[in-house]
Design a protein around this ligand. Structure first.
Ligand code: AGP
Length: 608
């Protein structure tokens, strides 16, 4: 949920840290800070507010000289956003400075013990406990002190530590929160994510839990908790810098919406060979697949909405019973599953705390876990029995779009893969679906080429107070995603309803001028949807219909219509989601909202 970065090299550290933090602001941006060793002592500069405040405070880093330092951009968990609660947090004597991403769950007990021993705390944060504990256990060896602390703290962390007694090194470690090491020439880095260091190096180590790094300008040593050296493989990042930049678009979200056809193509193509779906990356065997009696899908937010689509698609095609649950509910309801259950875990970041916890619960109960993840080497990916990566590339905007679409694409691939092994599709049906899947990117491009229509519709509705999204079956699943997209970036209240459910209460809210977005792409339910449209129209609603180009009769009922190309019913969500994303984007843009960094949100929710 926060972004950390560290630098040890030969140039001034502050500008490098500031530039790295800028690329990590999507992980949290309510305060920021740096700690740099200036040759005599560790100097700390930190402030509430966006990174720009820290830039102004330090004159872009000029006021805080030194060639080694750590930086942090925060999304508050313990302690409201404030100067004193910003990171780095320092120990009593100022000997240790710490930046932290994650949560120390037992920080209160540890804090009380230290206070009884006379340690004075200044902040409300859990992270300060780490700084104070380091000082408490420090006997001259930083790594020993770090190991002592790690043995006592519970929770999740990616930590960067600077100590005045060893001013040429940064010590870093992670558990359940992401951390990478950047390997430069005469300089080395730690960072929460790749974009922070891309402008200076493309070679990285991906750290695993409880691996301790001793980072100097000319050396990087990785140890385990027994202080034994750990061999690490260098990964080379082949994203170009623009892939993590806006590429000329006004917002990352706009760029990522437009990148969807390519992202889906990049995700699907490597898994189609000779007209068949192939998953070289999974170890799941046909025997295991045939032994599954149930599929459980767990995720959060938009990834959960992909799971709702997946339930319909998997059940219709493989005839395996599917349950789908939000991860934060799944883990507390004693789910009924075991070795005969496949648990599908969907997550863009691969670091969502609720989803990670649900994954661990599923494994504890003996289920086979397969994750669909966008961030390579992320915690959920590493801990699943199998992982299928979406190749969407870095998704920076808080509101997911291309990762969502590539998750849908993997769901279709997996559905066809399972159906093929279970024999629930004829060869003709299977071949037809492969063709439809291959044709999706082009149809997505056709919709994107018509985006001006959505922009026009947004201009008519960007001032509305409430919006209802309604649909049936797969269109209900899309209503969920359309509603969330609009809410999270335009701050307009909206709700998603199974269209048949509206009359059981909520229709009482419909009055003159209420906007209802009616998703009516599923041909076999089209007439039912038209009667739902009539229901809300008679109560004064204004209806924006979304349907396929072959269902023109909608124009008799809806006030406005956006058409998407036809395709097989189960893949229509990949097409209908695009106008919903664009509608939310344009409405938010016309309202002047902060589209890429909506208030109260962060890109990766690594707290429960
Ligand atoms: C999506 O637009 C939201 N930002 C949010 O719901 C997100 O999908 C959710 O937090 C799950 O994140 P994950 O996919 O990284 O696990």
């Amino acid at each position: 949920m926060c972004g950390i970065v560290g630098y040890a090299g030969e140039v001034q550290a502050a500008p490098v840290l500031l530039s790295g933090l800028e690329k990590l602001e999507y992980r949290g941006y309510d305060s920021a800070g740096m700690a740099i060793y200036d040759g005599e002592a560790i100097r700390v500069a930190k402030a509430k507010g966006r990174l720009q405040v820290l830039r102004e405070l330090t004159s872009d880093g000029a006021l805080i000289p030194g060639v080694i330092g750590i930086g942090h951009t925060r999304w508050a968990t313990h302690g409201a956003p404030s100067d004193i609660n910003s990171h780095p947090q320092v120990s009593d004597s100022g000997k240790f400075a710490v930046v932290h991403n994650g949560i120390i769950e037992n920080y209160l007990q540890l804090k009380e013990k230290l206070m009884k021993k006379g340690v004075a705390f200044v902040s409300e944060t859990d992270t300060e406990v780490v700084a104070q504990l380091l000082e408490y256990y420090y006997k001259g060896d930083i790594v020993d002190a770090v190991i002592q602390v790690l043995r006592r703290v519970e929770g999740s962390y990616a930590l960067g530590v600077l100590c005045e007694d060893a001013p040429d090194q940064i010590v870093a470690v992670r558990k359940d929160s992401p951390l990478i090491v950047g390997l430069g020439n005469g300089e080395n880095f730690i960072a929460s994510d790749v974009p922070a260091i891309l402008s200076r190096t493309r070679d990285i180590y991906r750290l695993n839990d409880n691996e301790i790094v001793i980072l100097k300008k000319n050396s990087v040593q990785v140890l385990n908790m027994d202080k034994e050296p750990v061999e690490k493989e260098v990964s080379h990042i082949d994203w170009d810098v623009s892939a993590a930049e806006k590429g000329g678009y006004e917002h990352f979200m706009a760029k990522e919406i437009m990148e969807q056809p390519k992202a889906v193509r990049d995700t699907v193509s490597p898994r189609l060979r000779g007209g068949r779906v192939v998953f070289d990356e999974i170890s799941l065997t046909p025997e295991q697949i045939r032994a599954f009696r149930k599929i459980y899908i767990v995720a959060c937010g938009s990834a959960y909405h992909v799971g709702v689509v997946a339930k319909y698609v998997l059940e219709q095609t493989t005839r395996i019973p599917v349950e789908v649950d939000v991860a934060s509910e799944f883990r507390y309801r004693q789910p009924i599953l075991g070795a005969d259950t496949l648990v599908l875990v969907i997550s863009q970041s691969g670091e969502t705390a609720d989803t990670l916890a649900a994954l661990r619960e599923a494994k504890r109960l003996g289920a086979y876990t397969l994750s669909i993840v966008n961030v390579v080497g992320s915690t959920i990916a590493n801990e699943s029995d199998d992982v299928i990566y979406t190749w969407a590339g870095p998704e920076i905007a808080v509101a997911t779009t291309k990762a969502y679409s590539t998750q849908l694409a993997v769901v279709y691939l997996l559905t066809l893969y399972l159906a093929d092994l279970l024999g629930t599709l004829t060869p003709q049906q299977y071949a037809g679906y492969i063709e439809e899947l291959t044709a999706l990117p082009e149809k997505m491009e056709a919709i994107l080429n018509n985006r001006a229509i959505i922009q026009y519709l947004a201009s008519k509705f960007f001032n509305v107070r409430d919006v209802f999204f309604i649909g049936r079956n797969l269109d209900y699943a899309m209503s969920l995603e359309g509603s969330l997209k609009l809410k999270e970036i335009s701050y307009i209240h909206s709700d998603a309803y199974a269209a048949g459910e509206l009359k059981h209460g909520t229709i009482s809210l419909v009055e003159d001028g209420t906007l209802v977005v009616a998703l009516a792409t599923q041909k076999r339910l089209f007439d039912k949807m038209m009667s739902n449209v009539r229901e809300v129209k008679t109560r004064g609603a204004v209806v924006l219909g979304v349907t396929t180009s072959s269902q023109r009769q909608i124009e008799k009922e809806a006030d406005y219509v956006f058409y998407i190309p036809d395709c097989c019913p189960m893949m229509l969500p990949s097409l209908s989601v695009i106008p919903l994303q664009l509608f939310a984007y344009y409405v938010s843009s016309m309202k002047g909202c902060d589209i890429d960094k909506p208030r109260n949100l962060a890109k990766s929710v690594t707290v429960e």
